[in-house]
Design a binder for this molecule. Structure first.
Ligand SMILES: NC(=O)c1ccc[n+]([C@@H]2O[C@H](COP(=O)([O-])OP(=O)(O)OC[C@H]3O[C@@H](n4cnc5c(N)ncnc54)[C@H](OP(=O)(O)O)[C@@H]3O)[C@@H](O)[C@H]2O)c1
Length: 258
């Protein structure tokens, strides 16, 4: 068992966070940096990647970035090559990229729902497969996948998004068991409504927000920092006996019946 200080810091840990120029991914990268980790961020927009890295560099924080699309094989190959070249190992992998299209079940085109599976689930599966040798090369690695409460209940997000998030949560349990002997912990963080660019459109609709707040015991929308804190906790040495779990960060939503 480590001492108190060691349990609550990530000094020298090497972290890869996908989708980290804005929203939850940016907040996760910022939190890991604040706790002492070195962070490589990934997103598709090269200018936004460069701007985020420059901002952290101006604060003296060791961030680097790469413009790549995790939903393509070429993108994932470039990301893993960058990690291999820079660190030859990986202590923390946060699979954060995800998106949604909200429609009724039969209104999606096949191409639309296949895209959701590609971005939200298959990219996570492929990132885990590709990163495995690098995670195994680290001494106590932690993988955190960003799921959603939609993986547990119908929250009006559309069935296909829910399916991808439910599968992602189960992937976490399977990998936690399979990779435990390699010293790799795998957990999921499942947020409820969080204020990010992805939800800005919905959160601008007062009727939608009223309905949302009425269902949420804490009576407010969550902030990206509140997801980042949960992710960071699961990456800390202090969480060394936690694996295969899904932590719902939901303002009490899942505890509420009537
Ligand atoms: N916000 C919520 O209320 C909420 C609730 C539950 C779960 N979640 C989950 O939390 C995660 C993050 O959501 P968010 O709201 O923070 O999203 P967001 O505001 O849309 O931010 C997405 C980030 O990912 C990057 N990105 C998107 N597609 C990418 C791709 N194919 N390859 C690489 N980077 C990509 C974006 O930059 P580029 O566009 O430049 O690539 C951006 O940096 C998702 O998995 C989402 O399902 C969110």
């Amino acid at each position: 068992m480590t001492g108190l200080t060691e349990r609550w810091q990530l000094t020298g840990r090497r972290a890869l966070v996908t989708g980290a120029t804005k929203g939850i991914g940016w907040a996760v990268a910022d939190e890991l940096l604040a706790l002492g980790a070195e962070v490589l961020i990934v997103a598709r927009n090269a200018n936004e990647v460069a701007a985020a890295v420059a901002d952290w560099a101006a604060r003296g924080l060791p961030a680097t970035g790469l413009a790549a699309d995790v939903s393509t094989e070429a993108g994932r190959t470039a990301i893993l090559a960058a990690v291999q070249a820079r660190w030859q190992g990986l202590d923390i992998l946060v699979n954060n990229v995800g998106t949604n299209i909200r429609k009724k079940f039969v209104d999606y085109t096949t191409a639309e729902y296949e895209r959701l599976f590609q971005v939200n689930l298959f990219s996570v599966i492929e990132m885990c497969r590709a990163a495995y040798p690098l995670l195994r090369a680290a001494s106590q690695a932690s993988v955190v996948n960003i799921g959603s409460v939609a993986g547990r209940f119908d929250v009006g997000t559309g069935a296909y998004y829910s399916l991808t998030k439910a599968a992602e949560e189960q992937l976490g349990r399977n990998l936690a068991v399979e990779w435990a002997a390699d010293g790799i912990r795998v957990n999921t963080v499942a947020p409820w409504f969080i204020r990010t660019p992805l939800t800005a459109g919905l959160l601008a609709q007062p009727e939608f927000v009223d309905k949302l707040l009425a269902r949420t015991p804490l009576g407010r929308v969550g902030e990206a920092e509140e997801i980042a804190a949960a992710v960071a906790f699961l990456c800390l040495p202090g969480a060394s006996y936690i694996t295969g779990q899904c932590l719902l960060v939901d303002g009490g939503l899942s505890a509420k019946g009537m």
